[in-house]
Design a binder for this molecule. Sequence first.
Ligand code: F6P
Length: 325
Amino acid sequence: MRDIKCIGILTSGGDAPGMNAAIRAVTRSAIANGFRVKAIYRGYEGLINNEVVEFSTENVSNIIQRGGTILKTARSKEFETPEGRKKAYAVMQKQAIDALVVIGGNGSLTGARIFAREFDIPCIGLPGTIDNDLNGTDSTIGYDTTLNTIMDCVDKIRDTATSHQRIFFVEVMGRDAGFLAQNSAIAAGAEAAIIPEDSTGADQLEHFVGRGIRKSKSSSIVIVSESPKCGAMYYADRLRKEYPEYEVRVSILGHMQRGGSPSAYDRVLASRLGVGAINALLEGQRNVMIGIRNDEVVYVPFSSAVKSDKPVKKELIDVLDTLSI
Ligand code: F6P
């Protein structure tokens, strides 16, 4: 292992509940093992602009329960360029940061992978995204909390949907991944989920209507994964046109899904993965994401973690189909 004295930590991309718990775990575990910790504000953008503060254990007191990220976050366009990454590396040298822990989603860990390769820096990733779309980990930090937030919202929507005998299309986040839609649909007892991974080629709206759901139920809830072209509005408009007998409403949950205090599951996950990140560095690991698989902490090479082909289990699709009759 190259001599590491000081570890930089940043959060990047969309914030996720549990990021603060991860920052706390990385900071405390690093200090407990004799490292210095430098906190980088506003993700890679802050690294480029030298927004760096040394952290002690007190800096991470009283944050485990807070949503968002105390380090702020950003989606940095400049870091996507070789010039931007060069500037970021110069700041790492100036600040004497020897290794980097990046908490973020697919784009953020892809950035870490490129940066690590270009400048030979030990980088460790923590999966911090509500989307759950990173490979090699059963769950990402923030996913469980968001799933619960969606479930609570849908429970409330159901009260009004039932009272008025309406069909509701509820749009949830997920950025090209249907984990939030599929599992929140199961958890909230929704009638259907429309997700990007459904590769049957069948028209998902036709499938929903064709099953005659409205024959046995006076109201229905369909969870739709966000999509620029085929979101909840698209399906609602089609239903109104093709089946004018139905009364339709749309609810787009938006950024409320990303806020709020992290669930116990996300706090424990973030704490385990944060300690795992420092253990990985102590073991000489680099360029890996720390994940959880079958309740064991695992090291996943960046190259596998960021492959955007994590499947939604067919079994989950079947469970929803079976239970929504
Ligand atoms: O990646 C997390 C996420 O919340 C996605 O689900 C969503 O598509 C996106 O971020 C929204 O990004 P922004 O907050 O920049 O609008």
